[in-house]
Design a protein around this ligand. Structure first.
Ligand code: SF4
Length: 302
């Protein structure tokens, strides 16, 4: 079985306990306007141009056959809708400024990467599946998790929970830790900012927090100014999850201004014209107090 990944990040300390190897699976059914990994949204493979590496030699423009690369006002522009032999153009680039955004690989190739880090997992580390939405390629994700458990490797996942409940039931036995997002409690706002209904996510939260893995679940909300970082939203999310499992762990994630830099790479517009700053410790403390008002006792802030 083959799957498509867009990154493997080693020595991560933010994606679960200990030192972790995070595998990023491509493809996501959501359309969050502030996505941290916009290159992981589309399941399709596409070329990327890195302006900082480009020496503007013009080779790619000269070698392309159907106008897929253009040099305009001194900078290279890709037209990925045009049919080109992109792999060949990447080989031609002398500066490594062209790259495909992802690659296909089988479970064994991923396991070979993971096994290189085994020594670092001794003190509570392991692997984390992320994305995109890792369950968008759920059969591939399931095979990686099964193999990890066979080899005694701790497993975690970062999921939007926007998946079929039956899929969730299939992967749960192979997961040691689950980070699940619940971003917007209001159905209409969820549709507006995320592009889909939150009904399925709410159903899966019931399933997850009613399962025997509930102690190993952390529900997360990223703080997006004016969208998720709103008192009513934090309070409603907190009330919903604590009504299912009063001991639930709820993590409030600070806004990440660094994501904006990735958007120009994939020709997408970022949701803010002026990029907001990280929230201060005091502001995060206020969000925490709103979460506690909603009923959650175990609130985590960075
Ligand atoms: S071949 Fe590479 S270095 Fe040369 S212009 Fe194209 S992207 Fe830039």
């Amino acid at each position: 079985m083959k799957g498509r990944i867009f990154d493997i990040r080693r020595f991560s300390t933010h994606d679960g306990d200990g030192i972790r190897t995070t595998v990023f699976l491509k493809g996501c059914p959501l359309a969050c306007a502030w996505c941290q990994n916009p290159e992981g949204i589309s399941i399709k493979k596409r070329p990327l141009h890195f302006e900082n590496r480009c020496i503007h030699c013009g080779t790619c423009v000269a070698k392309c056959k159907n106008g897929g690369v253009e040099q305009k006002e001194g900078s290279i522009q890709l037209h990925i809708e045009k049919e080109e032999d992109w792999e060949r153009l990447i080989d031609w680039c002398p500066a490594g400024a062209l790259e495909m955004d992802s690659r296909e690989c089988d479970v064994e190739e991923i396991m070979q990467e993971i096994r290189k880090d085994l020594v670092f997992y001794r003190h509570g580390g392991g692997i984390t599946l992320s994305g995109g939405e890792p369950l968008f390629q759920w059969e591939f994700a399931l095979e990686i998790l099964k193999q990890c458990k066979k080899e005694g490797i701790h497993t975690a996942i970062e999921t939007s929970l926007y998946t079929d409940g039956e899929v969730l039931k299939k992967v749960l036995p192979y997961l040691d830790h689950i980070f699940a997002d619940f971003k917007i409690a209001d159905e209409k706002k969820h549709q507006k900012y995320i592009g889909v209904s939150n009904k399925r996510i709410k159903e899966n939260l019931k399933l997850l927090l009613g399962s025997e893995k509930k102690e190993h679940v952390v529900i997360r909300t990223p703080m997006i100014p004016g969208i998720t970082a709103v008192k009513e939203n934090i309070q409603d999310i907190s009330a919903y999850i604590s009504s299912i499992y009063p001991e639930v762990s709820y993590e409030i994630l600070n806004y990440n201004p660094l994501a904006e830099a990735k958007y120009h790479l994939i020709d997408r517009e970022y949701c803010f014209e002026e990029n907001p700053k990280l929230y201060t410790k005091e502001q995060m403390g206020e969000f925490e107090s709103w979460a506690r008002l909603g009923g959650t006792k175990n609130v985590i802030i960075e």
